[in-house]
Design a protein around this ligand. Structure first.
Ligand code: UDP
Ligand code: UDP
Length: 461
């Protein structure tokens, strides 16, 4: 360990340990760049190859190319037999494989000469003991909302208090708000689900973390950030740093579909951008209702369609997915692509007026940073919790009676079209979203709350 004199003068070396999936990797990349370029830290990023998706491997390649100061630490996982979890989500399986391999991180960290770690929530309970053995502070970068962090921190207490009472109901988080039963991530209703076991173990271990960074900002989630920082959610909680919205780190190779050129040709704020993130398919039936709803709205749209959980598996034809004749009928005002688009660039484009989103947390922070209103169409996981944040903050609209995965029914074309038309014509909503965009810019600029929090964090590294 360095002496205290050395500690005052040394440059922190933060080793970042993300888990799998773009939703986790993207904010880790952004944090790597912010610490390395803006806050005087040495940064290493732990990389597991091969990645689950092509999007992840391309993203890593582009990141290391554009930011050679960020060091790459290759991590080889121990053999893992996935047959123990038949039918499990491939990203959850990777979480589990990484969790089981965590003890192997020790030598990697010693060789790297780390002064601190920041890991993902999915790995928290297994990385903290490794960090302890190495005498290193272990921080968490929570890549979802502060509301979700508060649920993660409080859920084990809720379960203990509810033991024997059966199923999970509404969860009233101290100092935050009540999360209705219907918004609790689907998996958490099953105590034996792989995700639930990880979620509870990680939630219990949060009080042993040195600090928690959250990709959010005060104006977006005032209640949850304050409650967490004041220790109202869980006693003995570590310092919480709201450091968002973390800004883009690098651009990926340009998509040959030329969607930016197409956007350039559209009038200001005339386009509805539709995307459901990187890692979950929307059911065929719902896709077709969405297609009909967009068509009936009469608006222009740019739609990124995914039909499989992992991009490598996606061989379906758009025409088949969206219904006969759809692409031909909307040719003049709609661009539909299965390719990866640079979402940040799309959201910043002046032609875009509305984002129909699944409300993955990165998408929400990107919409907030761009000041673009959101029409929330959550499908699974933390997306209803995030949709509620969107509605509370005035960033967008969410119809909480709309179904999501695991519930009966689909959201009909008529309802979708009506909400799209209403949101596109809602001046007050547009203004509120734009105001949040300004608040986001202020938070991350020098002197802003998120900038200040990140500087405070580096002092602990
Ligand atoms: N993304 C993108 N282009 C795409 C699909 C996704 O740039 O075609 C990015 C998006 O901007 C976000 C991330 O991938 O940064 C997806 O994370 P999010 O939390 O929104 O959703 P998830 O994919 O985890 O469900
Ligand atoms: N999460 C959590 N604890 C865990 C694993 C995940 O709190 O042990 C959070 C995660 O940050 C996200 C939500 O649970 O908010 C759903 O996770 P998942 O990986 O399904 O979402 P993704 O971001 O990959 O779409």
């Amino acid at each position: 360990m360095p002496s205290s004199g050395d500690a005052a003068s040394r440059r922190p070396h933060v080793v970042l340990i993300p888990s799998a999936g773009m939703g986790h990797l993207v904010p880790f990349g952004r944090l790597a760049v912010a610490l390395s370029s803006g806050h005087g830290c040495d940064v290493s990023l732990v990389t597991v190859l091969p990645t689950v998706s092509t999007a992840e491997s391309k993203h890593l390649e582009a990141l290391f190319d554009a930011f050679p100061a960020v060091r790459r630490l290759d991590f080889e996982l121990a053999p893992f037999d996935a047959s123990e979890f038949p039918g499990a989500d491939p990203f959850f399986l990777r979480f589990e494989a990484m969790r089981r391999s965590a003890p192997l991180l020790g030598p990697l960290l010693t060789d790297a000469g780390a002064s601190a770690l920041a890991t993902d929530i999915a790995l928290t309970s297994v990385v903290i003991p490794v960090a302890k053995e190495q005498g290193l502070p272990c921080h968490i970068l929570f890549t979802a909302s502060a509301a979700m962090l508060s649920l993660c921190a409080y859920f084990p207490t809720y379960l203990d208090a509810n033991a024997g009472r059966g199923s999970v109901g509404d969860v009233d988080i101290p100092g935050v708000y009540r999360i209705p039963k219907a918004s609790i991530p689907q998996a958490l209703h099953d105590p034996n689900h792989l995700f639930t076991r990880q979620f509870v173990a990680n939630g219990r271990s949060l009080t042993s973390a040195a600090g928690i960074l959250v990709n959010t900002f005060d104006a977006l989630e005032p209640e949850a950030v304050t409650a967490l920082q004041q220790g109202k959610v869980a006693s003995g909680f570590p310092p919480v740093f709201a450091v968002g919205p973390l800004l883009p780190a690098s651009n990926q190779a340009k998509d040959p579909a030329n969607y930016m050129e197409w956007l350039d040709a559209q009038p200001a704020r005339s386009v509805v951008y539709v995307s459901f993130g990187s890692r979950k398919a929307v059911s065929g039936e719902q896709l077709r209702e969405l297609a009909a709803g967009l068509e009936a709205s009469g608006h222009r749209f740019l739609w990124v369609v995914k039909s499989t959980v992992v991009d490598r598996d996606d061989a379906a034809e758009l025409g088949e997915l969206l219904g006969e004749g759809f692409l031909e009928r909307v040719e003049k005002r709609g661009l539909v692509t299965k390719a990866w688009v640079e979402q940040e660039e799309v959201l910043k484009h002046e032609a875009v007026g509305l984002f129909v989103s699944h409300c993955g947390w990165n998408s929400v922070t990107e919409a907030a940073a761009s000041g673009i209103p959101v029409l929330a169409l959550p499908r699974f996981g933390d997306q209803r919790v995030n949709s509620s944040v969107v509605a509370r903050a005035g960033l967008g609209v969410w119809v909480d009676s709309w179904s999501w995965e695991g519930e009966e029914g689909v959201i009909g074309a008529g309802e979708i079209s009506e909400k799209v038309k209403a949101a596109m014509g809602d001046e007050a909503l547009r203004r509120k979203a734009a105001n949040l965009g300004e608040a986001a810019a202020k938070a991350v600029a020098g002197g802003g709350s998120s900038h200040h929090c990140l500087a405070e964090f580096t002092r602990l590294c």
